[in-house]
Design a binder for this molecule. Structure first.
Ligand SMILES: [Zn+2]
Length: 323
């Protein structure tokens, strides 16, 4: 009997669902028969670890050949140290994501708090609220493996009896890695592409002026010619098909928010003031401290295109207005 948190999605493709509290759940993937590929695998901590142990006991993990960490976010990287130590196999990820997860795990909690507080204040969050917003804890990933096999766009890797083409993209993180099987049947997507309204595109503390939406639109454009029938294995939620149509819908969703922002912008506004113009209350509750960075991704895109201008007010808050 399969544990209830494991779903057989397709022949030799298993989804291991890891809980992440209020934020829902995240997928680990086990692909292959005999020799297997593990993808991501959950937040740090005992609950997700126990699920991997149970999966092994239920004999669904197989002989692991390699482990892919699609991107650095905690819900994807959290179990990687333990899984790599357990199976002693190569870890695959891009150089940018590896560098960022190591740097995040090494930064002091005080430094991370200072950085987040000043970022949020710049986006118009009230100073007291900004100071009481804690950054995600990456110190638990201090043991993240330093050895890894770097993936880059266009490479081919053979794992679990399949040849895979590496597709990397920005937007959601610096350089997330996807794998597309050369037979066109499977895509390991990480968070680069998700069902529903897609991944959040959030400007981070390290590159506050970045135009992440342009990077994400470039990535979405590269999905247009992939087969409709390909099964997409996302980082969150169920597997799905019809990727080209979904990529187009995601692009239109972002475009609608950009149009809405331009239409509703009233004078010079901070990202905190802009957020309710473009996001639902429900989305704002769900994404919490990420919301100002999500609004900033829209504002930065328009600012890079010359459609908005930006100035810093006397309180150090960035304000955007129509150009
Ligand atoms: Zn992510």
């Amino acid at each position: 009997m399969l544990p209830e948190f494991i779903e057989n999605v397709a022949p030799n493709v298993r989804r291991l669902v890891c809980p992440m509290g209020k934020a829902g759940s995240v997928n680990g993937w086990i692909i292959g028969s005999g020799a297997t590929l593990i993808v991501d695998g959950g937040v740090p901590g005992a609950e997700a670890s126990a699920r991997w142990d149970q999966a092994e006991q239920a004999d669904v993990v197989g002989a692991v050949e390699a482990i892919l960490c699609t991107h650095m976010h905690r819900d994807h990287s959290g179990q990687i140290p333990r899984l790599v130590a357990r199976h002693g196999v190569p870890l695959l990820m891009t150089e940018a994501e590896h560098r960022k997860v190591v740097a995040a795990s090494e930064a002091s909690t005080e430094q991370r708090q200072t950085d987040l507080t000043s970022f949020l204040i710049r986006q118009g969050v009230a100073p007291a609220e900004a100071r009481s917003t804690a950054p995600p804890d990456y110190s638990v990933l201090a043991s993240f493996p330093r050895d890894y096999q770097p993936l880059d766009d266009g490479m081919t890797v053979t794992i679990a009896g399949r040849a895979w083409r590496v597709l990397t993209g920005g937007g959601h993180s610096s350089k997330g890695a996807c794998l597309i099987s050369e037979d066109g049947q499977l895509m390991v997507a990480g968070d680069q592409i998700l069902g529903g309204t897609g991944p959040h595109i959030t400007v981070g503390l390290d590159e506050p002026e970045a135009d992440l939406l342009s990077a994400y639109f470039d990535f979405l454009g590269r999905l247009a010619d992939l087969p409709d029938t390909m099964l997409v294995l996302p980082g969150h939620g169920s597997a799905f098909r019809s990727l080209p149509a979904h990529a187009l819908a995601l692009r239109k969703g972002h475009q609608r928010r950009l149009d809405r922002l331009k239409a509703r912008l009233d004078g010079a506004m901070s990202c905190t003031e802009m957020a309710p113009l473009v996001f639902t209350q429900q989305a704002m509750r769900h994404f919490g401290y990420l919301v100002p960075g999500m609004a900033l991704s829209l504002a930065n895109h328009l600012w890079h295109r010359g459609e908005l201008q930006r100035h810093e007010d006397d309180d150090g808050v960035w304000r955007f207005a129509s150009a």
